[in-house]
Design a protein. Structure first.
Length: 185
């Protein structure tokens, strides 16, 4: 059975801090699977941080990699475990975190102007995309995963980030009923 043809596809900017940007990379593979599953129904563009690998080409959608540091320092996002693990392994990377956040914010504004909807993956990305969406008048949908919600009981900062992501998002999607239950409690 072939995929249905959609006229005037909705334009979606998917924002993520983790996406497989190099050969044989597993970072963010579940976000790629989501992109692969919807790209025939929407006009999809992916926005992700640059890495030491060139930005990949994928069939069905475009991937835009935003710069946030000199080439050799672009190691904050795409290692296994993402940004938080990178900061634990290399604490000096905290120095480029403000530039990373600002670059992501400005990139969402720039790329989001052409989108109908901005789809953010993870709570912190939901906050940044939500603020950018307010600036350009675009709705934001945020997908929350286990790592977003599991830390809200032990960390006030995590709780604040999740609450802000919820407030700034038009809709929130969770990847399990357990996560939805945790948020409702």
């Amino acid at each position: 059975m072939s995929a249905p043809h959609f006229k005037n596809k909705i334009k979606v900017l998917m924002v993520t801090t983790s996406f497989p940007v190099g050969p044989n990379r597993a970072s963010g593979i579940f976000v790629k699977r989501l992109a692969d599953s919807i790209c025939d129904r929407v006009d999809l563009r992916i926005l992700t941080p640059s890495s030491l690998s060139p930005c990949p080409d994928y069939a069905g959608y475009q991937v835009f990699c935003f710069r946030y540091a000199p080439y050799k320092w672009q190691i904050l996002a795409h290692e296994p475990g993402g940004v938080l693990v990178a900061l634990k392994v290399r604490p000096w990377l905290v120095a480029i975190l403000p530039v990373f956040i600002l670059s992501l914010f400005l990139s969402v504004i720039r790329s989001g102007r052409e989108a109908d909807i901005i789809h953010a993956n993870w709570s912190i990305t939901g906050v940044i995309a939500g603020l950018a969406g307010l600036c350009i008048g675009k709705p934001v949908i945020t997908t929350l995963r286990g790592s977003d919600v599991s830390s809200i009981e032990r960390s006030r900062i995590s709780r604040l980030i999740v609450v802000q992501a919820l407030r700034l998002s038009k809709r929130v999607v969770t990847v399990s009923d357990a996560i939805t239950g945790s948020l409702a409690a």
